[in-house]
Design a protein. Structure first.
Length: 287
């Protein structure tokens, strides 16, 4: 559970916030998870949109709340929680109805969510290779320098290593771009993961049995963006595709994956260029 402590937090105003506040972005995969969860629980919460494409997450205000500079962040009565999956588990424990972790599956859910989270940089690799259009490096060196030097740099009172992982990701992309080989490797990790989901869905209607769980929410958001990026879910994993379509019909899910118009236009431009040049994810990764 990643709950921040007082000395991690430099933006002190959040300590006085009452009720549930979510700092998030409409197009962020991890933010979508938390919003779907809150919809399913029917909870009231206050929305704070963070402009991650505009770099607001690297400003002093946001890094003073989450030293990792990532969304989503939950502030519950002045207590700050980061990491989307930890936020889901925290909220599930606090608001257990309707239940989103099948009885007895608590440890399995944590492990399976960790596996999903471990693939996050691979997901970002595919998003920045196949969907996001950028001139030059996605994060300029001076922006990364500001990121490096702002905020407490601690999580739960300890020097946090995650920021260096993030900076290393962006510096590698700036230096090498996202090569076909790197994109292929990330896409193939998802092929393995979705093959595993396909096997689960052979035995049951949802990923952990006959009822919806946190795992369905998490993989729904990944499946959505992978499909948008050109991963052929319908042909390679037909049961995953059916499960995804079934969830997409539910308003709690559907409304959270609608893209803001400028983002949808950027994605469309990127995909149409790949069609013209024969560089879609399917072609690059040999899927
Ligand atoms: N493991 C984190 C990942 C969070 C994350 O990478 N969030 C992305 C959006 S999905 C973000 O804030 N990106 C902004 C950036 O890297 O500049 C979680 O699950 O919350």
């Amino acid at each position: 559970m990643v709950q921040l402590i007082d000395s991690d937090i430099q933006t002190r105003e959040v300590l006085d916030w009452k009720g549930l506040h979510l700092l998030h972005n409409p197009a962020s995969t991890c933010s979508k998870k938390t919003r779907i969860f809150l919809n399913l629980k029917g909870m009231n919460w206050e929305s704070h949109i963070v402009d991650i494409l505009g770099g607001e997450n690297y400003g002093e205000w946001f890094l003073g709340i989450n030293p990792r500079g990532l969304v989503p962040v939950l502030v519950d009565d002045g207590v700050v929680h980061i990491e989307s999956n930890d936020i889901l588990i925290y909220l599930e424990n606090k608001f257990p109805e309707p239940s989103l972790i099948p009885a007895g599956d608590e440890a399995a859910v944590k492990l399976l969510l960790k596996h999903e989270d471990d693939l996050h940089l691979d997901l970002r690799t595919l998003i920045f290779r196949f969907l996001v259009v950028h001139e030059g490096p996605p994060k300029a060196p001076e922006v990364l320098e500001q990121y490096r030097n702002t905020g407490s740099g601690t999580v739960a009172g300890k020097q946090d290593l995650e920021k260096s992982v993030q900076i290393n990701f962006w510096e590698t992309v700036a230096r090498d771009g996202i090569t076909d080989q790197v994109a292929r490797s990330s896409a193939l990790k998802f092929k393995d993961a979705l093959t595993e989901l396909e096997q689960r869905l052979d035995k049951s209607s949802y990923l952990l049995g006959e009822t919806l769980s946190l795992l369905d929410i998490a993989w729904f958001t990944y499946t959505d963006i992978l499909t948008l990026a050109g991963y052929p879910v319908a042909t390679l994993h037909p049961r995953v595709n059916q499960w995804f379509k079934k969830l997409s019909e539910r308003p709690e899910f559907a409304k959270e994956v609608q893209l803001p118009e400028p983002v949808a236009a950027m994605f469309a431009a990127s995909l149409s260029k790949q069609q013209e040049t024969g560089t879609t994810m399917r072609q690059v990764a040999g899927l």
